[in-house]
Write a protein that binds this ligand. Structure first.
Ligand SMILES: *Cc1c(COP(=O)(O)O)cnc(C)c1O
Length: 390
């Protein structure tokens, strides 16, 4: 069967499509919006700067292969993923494009990095040596990007002493250093002083190893791309902005990016609730007067956050309906008392736009004290992805 998550439907045929009839809770991925964002970023960084499209974690829940297809079509220079297995998934579709595995690899994966032509980020001899051994005698070099720690404190060689490490690795005959990279800790905040320090330290290191002519130098995530234009160097690594979302309110000139993902569901059941009854687990909501309540087939089992219990909203007929009671694994209840003419199977929007109203991933994240990244990466496999073309 042609499963809904494998098909692309045209925007104006979405509701008459085969997929639509089957769908209960789904994510619509707006491909023209994705293309718009990629083109906007390309325009922002200019022709001399390369782009690694970060499609880790299933492209932040948007579908790694589908997103990568658009990115490759629009001419990005590399794809960024988090793990060997994410890299293999993409390599099986894209035979040539450089694929960088951004999390530090482990020694046991060295042979697979070579076999699938993936470029891991490395920062220690424990991973460089097995890569060199795996490449030796095969007529290929192990391609790597060396990670420099300029203050993120996660992975990387400390910047002060990294030149010795880079030089030693550079002398190894079976290793090819494709890039040197670092990562910002606070590029999406109002105060950019620490980011500027990180950039200064990274630039100082790059100056020390200039003679090695390493092809790519990169440090900018979405925050860096928008807030620190002098940090673009010759490659940038956008993630969240590809998907049309700003990581925080402190991202400069990011108004033109368009959200790519909408999360939708269809009303399963509608009922009148007399005064004095309670709803859902723990009985945290009690009706004071009669209410009309719609039950929606979505819950924390789909990655819809449980902290939205009694706090979140959904859109029905372009109006906000508040969540009543606790979010359960498979269902939520919402208040439609003041929204006329609502029927079962009407569409409710959990993330996205309907009429003049919009619920953003940022709004949902802020209720739970988290970030939009976590909202997107939580939307799991049970939610069908439907790709909307032009
Ligand atoms: C996830 C990630 C990015 C992308 O970050 P965004 O804030 O989503 O743009 C860039 N670089 C590295 C190393 C990452 O892990």
């Amino acid at each position: 069967m042609n499963l809904p998550h494998q098909i692309v439907v045209k925007k104006n045929e979405r509701e008459s499509s085969f997929a639509y009839r089957l769908l209960k809770t789904w994510a619509e991925i707006d491909l023209p919006a994705l293309r718009h964002n990629i083109a906007l970023l390309q325009n922002r960084i200019g022709e001399k700067t390369g782009m690694m499209a970060v499609v880790k974690c299933n492209a932040y829940g948007h579908g790694a292969v589908e997103v990568a297809k658009e990115a490759v079509y629009l001419g990005v220079d590399a794809l960024g993923v988090s793990s060997l297995f994410e890299g293999i998934e993409l390599r099986e579709v894209f035979s040539d494009i450089p694929i960088v595995v951004l999390s530090a690899g482990i020694s046991g994966q060295a042979q697979e990095f070579i076999r699938y032509n993936l470029s891991p980020v490395v920062c220690s001899w424990e991973t460089v040596n097995p890569l060199a051994e795996a490449a030796a005698g095969k007529g290929v070099k192990a391609k790597i990007h060396i990670k420099i720690d300029t203050g993120m404190g996660r992975i990387g060689v400390w910047h002060e002493r990294a030149d010795e490490f880079i030089r030693s690795v550079h002398r190894m005959p079976d290793i090819r250093i494709e890039g040197i990279c670092s990562h910002f800790a606070t590029a999406d905040e109002a105060d950019l002083s620490f980011s500027n320090k990180q950039l200064e330290w990274f630039n100082a290191l790059l100056e020390k190893v200039k003679d090695l002519s390493i092809p790519y130098k990169h440090i900018s995530n979405t925050g860096g791309i928008f807030n620190l234009p002098n940090s673009h160097l010759n490659m940038v690594r956008p993630g969240l902005s590809l998907y049309g979302v700003s990581p925080s309110e402190h991202i400069q000139n990011s108004d033109e990016i368009i959200p790519v993902l909408s999360l939708k569901t269809k009303i399963a059941f509608i009922k009148k609730i007399p005064p004095g009854r309670t709803l859902s687990y723990g009985r945290t909501f009690r009706t004071k007067k009669e209410k009309i309540v719609a039950t929606l087939p979505v819950g924390y089992g789909d990655g819809y956050p449980r902290y939205l219990s009694n706090k979140g909203h959904v859109l029905i007929h372009g109006r906000r309906a508040g969540i009543l009671g606790t979010v359960t694994m498979d269902h939520i209840m919402v208040d439609i008392t003041d929204i006329p003419d609502v029927h079962t199977e009407d569409v409710a929007v959990l993330i996205g736009r309907q009429g003049k109203e919009e619920i953003t991933a940022r709004e949902i994240a802020e209720i739970g004290g988290t970030i939009p990244y976590e909202i997107f990466t939580s939307i799991n496999k049970r939610v069908q992805r439907v790709y909307i073309g032009t």
